[in-house]
Ligand binder design. Structure first.
Ligand SMILES: *Cc1c(COP(=O)(O)O)cnc(C)c1O
Length: 238
């Protein structure tokens, strides 16, 4: 049973890598410019460890407590890069930073300030991305372009480094609508980089259903969950 799961994860991981490489090549991009983040929110620590064994060394979690638990159970901090991709409550920041994650889901000036203060106290620099609400859906998380400008205008300190923008396509978007949202996100990144004299090299966008479109529009980090666990676990993903 465990061998089956491991074999299936190896196959899924290799298939995803190969599709990501193909999408990059089709877009005339270097496949090494795209990092695949394995989103392990659907699976337990044991299967997370198997995914790492399959070769995935960037792990994304959307709940801080689950990240803590897995990081502690698996002692993976030295071998993987963690990514926080969901809502981070400010009172969970300090404990989360122990695992030295990249934080993709910065959605307020307050949260950025807290990350800066806690990073400074810990003597570290934290890489973060600002989350934009690319679809404009009320129900979706992330900031408006104007809110992003406010945050970029009040950059707290050098204990945080804003390395880019994170976006999700809206609900019920077909692939061409998703692609145009990703394209707008890239244009927004380019505009903000010029306006604020920042590099903003990273675009975190694209999930199991739309990573090819995201890569065509310049994604440097794709966050892939359900595709990796097909046939391994019933994740009831709708
Ligand atoms: C769950 C999740 C993903 C992965 O989605 P899949 O469709 O399962 O690949 C990516 N990004 C965020 C923010 C998520 O919450």
């Amino acid at each position: 049973m465990d061998d089956d799961s491991q074999n299936r994860l190896n196959e899924n991981w290799n298939a995803v890598l190969s599709d990501v490489h193909q999408a990059a090549t089709d877009a005339g991009r270097d496949p090494n410019s795209v990092t695949v983040i394995g989103v392990t929110k659907y699976v337990d620590a044991e299967i997370t460890a198997m995914l790492v064994d399959a070769g995935c060394d960037n792990l994304g979690e959307n709940r801080p407590q689950v990240l803590w638990q897995k990081a502690e159970i698996l002692s993976l901090d030295d071998s993987v890069q963690w990514h926080v991709i969901g809502n981070l409550q400010r009172n969970k920041t300090r404990r989360t930073l122990r695992h030295r994650p990249v934080i993709h889901s910065v959605d307020s000036e307050k949260l950025l300030t807290t990350i800066a203060q806690e990073s400074s106290a810990a003597g570290i620099t934290t890489d973060v991305l600002l989350e934009v609400n690319a679809s404009g859906d009320e129900s979706k998380t992330g900031m408006t372009p104007d809110e992003l400008r406010v945050v970029l205008g009040t950059m707290p300190s050098d204990s945080v480094r804003v390395i880019g923008i994170m976006a999700m396509a809206g609900w019920d978007t077909d692939s061409s609508a998703a692609q145009s949202q990703f394209s707008e996100t890239r244009e927004l990144r380019d505009t903000l980089a010029t306006e604020f004299g920042l590099e903003l090299p990273h675009l975190s966008m694209g999930m199991s259903g739309d990573f090819a479109e995201a890569i065509a529009e310049g994604a440097t980090m794709v966050r892939i969950g359900s595709r990796l666990f097909e046939g391994v676990t019933d994740i009831g993903h709708g």
